[in-house]
Each structure stands twice: as C-alpha cells, then as structure tokens.
Design a protein around this ligand. Sequence first.
Ligand code: GLV
Ligand code: MN
Ligand code: MN
Length: 407
Amino acid sequence: MSRIAALLETLAPIGRNEQGGYDRLAWTDADAAMRAWFLAEATDLGLETEVDRNGNLWAHWRLRPGAGLIVGSHLDSVPNGGPLDGPLGIASAFAAIRSLQEAGASPGSTVSVVAFVDEEGGRFGLACLGSRLLTGAVDPERARALVDRDGVRLDDAMRAAGLDPDALGPEPERVRGSYLELHVEQGHLPVDGSGAAGLAAAGAPLGVLTGIWPHGRWRIDLPGQANHAGTTPMADRDDPVVRAAAVVLAAREAALAEDALATVGRIDVEPGAVNAIAGRASLWLDVRGPDEARIRRVVDAVAAVAGVAPTEESWTGETAFAAEDARPLPAVIRELTGADAPTLPSGAGHDAGVLRAAGASVAMLAVRNPSGISHAPGESAELPDIELGVAALALVMQRVSAYSVQA
Ligand code: GLV
Ligand code: MN
Ligand code: MN
C-alpha cells in the first residue's frame, strides 16, 4: 500500500457518521482527533510542530530563517462532508515529505505543512477563520463572539479544546513564503481553452487552479406571528416559513437569470413545532459566480422578495492567483503526465484565497474528482490520481527548496 493510501486509511474512521459522511467541525472531538493525527504524523516524520496563536497547526521540516515553502490545507469538514476536502492536502504533503526523506533528500530552505483551523465555517458560520485571523482579515473580538447552533461561543469552544482565545490575532509574518495547496476537485468547472467541464472531461488527473470565484454568505431573518396551527385561519396568518419559501425560490430564479450560483443550505425555524405557526425563520444564503456584479444583483433580488436587508456575514472578493506563483506546477505536471497542465477556476473558497488577498504568493493544485461531488459523502478521487498529486508536491518541494541529496 502506498504511503498516501495508508495515511488516508488512518483518517477514514475519524468523524465518520452513519451515512458514510464526515462530521469534523471545528473544536469538536472529531476535530481534536484530526489535530492529534496531524501532530503524531508530523512528529513521526521528524518535523518540528507548533500551534500558532489562532490554533493553526504547523509542522516544519528544517526550520531556517527566510521565506520557505508552505504546503497546507485544513482538517475540518462541513456537516456530513466528504473525506477529502481538506485532509487530502495535508496527508499528501506528509506523504511527499516521506518520499523525499526516503530518497535521502534534505531541503535547503524551510518546508512547512500547515493545517488551517475552521476553514469550512461549518460550526460558527465564518469560513477560513484560521487564515483570516492569521492575516488580520477578521477582528479577534468578532471571532471570539461567534456562536454555534447550540449557542456555544467560539471562545468557550476553544477554551474547552485547551486553547487560549485571548491570544487570537494576526501573525502575517508566518506566510512570507510561497503557499501551495493541493485539493480535491470540487464540481466540474470549465477547463480553460478546452470546452471541457472538469478534469474528468478534459482527461486530466491534475489541474492548476487559476483563482477563486467571489462568494459571500448572508443571513435573512424573517419575523412572523406565532400562533396555533389548528385555530388560525389561513387568511389571517403571518407565517415566516411561507415567506422563507418565496425567498428560496427567488434565490434560485435570480441565480438562473444571472448565471450565478445561489444556495439556501440552512433554515432555522422557531419554535419548530409541527402544530405551531413559526414566530421567526432565519435563512442563510450562499451566492457565488464569476464576478461580483451578478452576485450583488442576486442578493438584491432576494432582498426585494424578503422585504428585509440580508446581513452580510462574510464576503470574499474575486481572487486571481498569479501565474508566476504557480510557476513550478505546469512543468511538474507535464513531467508526470506527459501533457500540458489544464487550468481552471475554483467555485469553492479556500484559505489560499485569504492568503492571496493578504499579498502572499499562492498556488493550488486540483486532483480529478470524477463525480465532482463535494461537501457531501460522495466526494472522491482515484488513488492513482492522488498518488500523482503527491508526486507533484514532492517535485515542487524539490524545485522550490533547493534540495541536497545525501550520498
Ligand atoms: C468552502 O469550501 C466553501 O467553498 O464554502
Ligand atoms: Mn477545502
Ligand atoms: Mn470545503
């Protein structure tokens, strides 16, 4: 069994639920088990580990002064997520380091592996929290006060996990080097210049991501009049769930009209009783697309139907990765596959986007996902493609970090 196959096998039971999906939300027991796995694997590789003030995990191979190469991703998942979104990037980095060590290689500059905490925002609602805190893109005070569905504050959750939330704050000097993230492909976005939708259609196991579509999350609170289901005439009702249904349909219609993507993936209804008209419905709207203008038009259309202004809980502008930052990747992919590296955008958000917005040098490598399914149990990639991804990481590490091979 290859090293990466073995690593993925050790991760397989962590946070797995009865539906075959993964619940690895930030600062839960499953997240703690993932973090313990990271520290144990890194130690086994002889890497120097540390937890930064925001809870991000680092493992350094030969810590030396000056900029190095940072390879990373995240260990958390969305509720009932897939096995690969996040952990694949970390496990691949560890497997690549192992293969270089076994070949007797030693980096001339630092190679670090990072696991950013709470990338999905699956528990506290704000995605890429670890990288946003690191780069100063979010105020620590706001982060500490985020609450989950059970009313647990982020600072209390961190404390319960043994971290000090009062230490949260920016450390931009940590990302002076180049950041490279390997990620399972998500969806089947258009491959540049080929007319193909996704890497499978393009016949390519690996692709280079060119950037991230702009995206945001909005909360819409719809008040109503709570009342008895058996006594209130239909004509007299002020039912927020009926308005919520209209909002969901409006979001779909506006997204179709704008060629954008709109999702209402969470609706909370209070009090949530079968025999009571709700007193309040809250919806969370996620909108993405190739440019900001169409996203804003979708949100405006939804706001007009909702009759209230949606609260913007997060916004990430369009992120374009620089071709020169991805410089070693095309040659490495050509070397491994014998073909030019396809390039394509990402519709999913990533810590790489936050780092790029903060001025870091960033590149992303995608591994073919035949179904395109992600954020769901069906997320997958074939082992040979994953192994090619590991080989690509190892080659990039070698090129960027001026390796010496011991005799
Ligand atoms: C994170 O994966 C997101 O795109 O929401
Ligand atoms: Mn991810
Ligand atoms: Mn994700």
